[in-house]
Design a protein around this ligand. Structure first.
Ligand code: ATP
Ligand code: ZN
Ligand code: MG
Length: 322
């Protein structure tokens, strides 16, 4: 662990007993101070500077270089998906607390007058808003499954896709690594259990090499998705018991609670069954995805190499900005 990180993360004991000392600046404050992230007034919703974006874009290119020879089909969806697809995906069973829907005004002129009156009075003006056909995308791979299913049976070798999307999750937080709108780059594999598990193994190795080549301390750990409620506990336990999800964790906010920067997910036949995706022989397809949190990796680099991109280690800069 680099020295500046560990000392930053220790409680500022000397300052704590000195009432006159200013409160220590958090990592998020420092990012705001440098203009790398820009406040909007909402926790987890930030603007990004050109410098921050240059790292996000460089990471996106780096992932493409690493996966480039695999022949993935690139698809890009906007950060919203069809509500009908979202409903069928099962997301609301597991994660009702994270979902975000798009609502629009659907009233008449009298409703419009009431809306403006509410706004003036500082009252709730959203009552005349109704759900549209669009839901915010919760993970880059969600819009893909219905599209793949509509193409019919998979070819013998299965399919491989390359995705990137802004994603929304309603999880406001003061940790800069937990945003409400962030970008996820993904590769998604569909095929036999052997094909998709081999894909996940390959990316566990590649992802580990990529992050350690970038000078980041990391650990691969078993993980579970943040399922809602008591039933969710069982789903989470089951996911861990079957080793369906791994995360590549890097200490960013703290040493105790490192941050998942990449995740490696084996969905078994969940999406294949949900969407009717069939293998070449007609049996249900299995799927797996690897997800890269582009802002999280950027923040990990800023945390470990400093807030001045020009001062990053030359080999790290070479890999990113070549
Ligand atoms: P966490 O365990 O931190 O809640 P997760 O397990 O829900 O994350 P995934 O659903 O696996 O994350 O999402 C894929 C990747 O997207 C993660 O590995 C992470 O890098 C990134 N990611 C997830 N949630 C956020 C967020 N709120 N802000 C920024 N990046 C995120
Ligand atoms: Zn995915
Ligand atoms: Mg997780």
């Amino acid at each position: 662990m680099d020295q500046s990180l560990s000392s930053d993360l220790l409680p500022a004991a000397a300052e704590a007993i000195d009432d006159a000392a200013p409160a220590p600046r958090s990592f998020l404050d420092n990012l705001f101070d440098r203009g790398l992230l820009i406040r909007t007034g909402v926790d987890g919703l930030y603007g990004r500077s050109g410098a921050f974006e240059s790292v996000v874009e460089a990471l996106d290119r780096l992932v493409s270089r690493i996966g480039g020879a695999d022949g993935a089909e690139a698809l890009r969806f906007p950060p919203g998906m069809a509500r009908s697809s979202f409903e069928r995906s099962g997301y609301l069973k597991g994660f009702p607390h994270l979902a975000g829907t798009v609502h629009s005004f659907c009233g008449n002129e009298a409703d419009h007058a009431r809306l403006l009156a509410c706004l003036d009075a500082g009252e709730d003006w959203t009552a005349k808003q109704a759900a549209t056909d669009i839901v915010l995308t919760p993970a880059a791979c969600y819009p893909l499954y219905p599209v793949a299913a509509a193409r019919g049976r998979l070819p013998e070798g299965g399919l491989l896709f390359d995705l990137q999307s802004y994603c929304f999750r309603h999880e406001p937080s003061l940790e800069p690594t937990r945003m409400q709108l962030f970008r996820m780059r993904e590769y998604v594999r569909m095929g036999t259990p052997e094909q998709v598990l081999a894909f996940r193994e390959l990316w566990l190795t590649r992802g580990t090499k990529m992050m350690s080549d970038l000078g980041l301390p990391l650990a691969i750990d078993p993980a579970n998705d943040p399922f809602f409620g008591r039933a969710g506990k069982m789903l989470a336990n089951n996911q861990r018991a079957q080793a369906l999800k791994f995360e590549l964790n890097v200490p960013v906010n703290s040493e105790d609670k490192p941050t998942a920067c990449l995740s490696f997910n084996y969905h078994q036949d969940h999406f294949g069954t949900t969407w009717g995706i069939a293998q070449a022989d007609g049996s249900v397809a299995h799927t797996a995805c690897v997800g890269f949190g582009l802002e999280r990796i950027t923040l990990a680099l800023l945390r470990h190499h400093g807030l001045d991109l020009d001062a990053w280690p030359a080999d790290v800069r070479a890999q990113l900005f070549g």
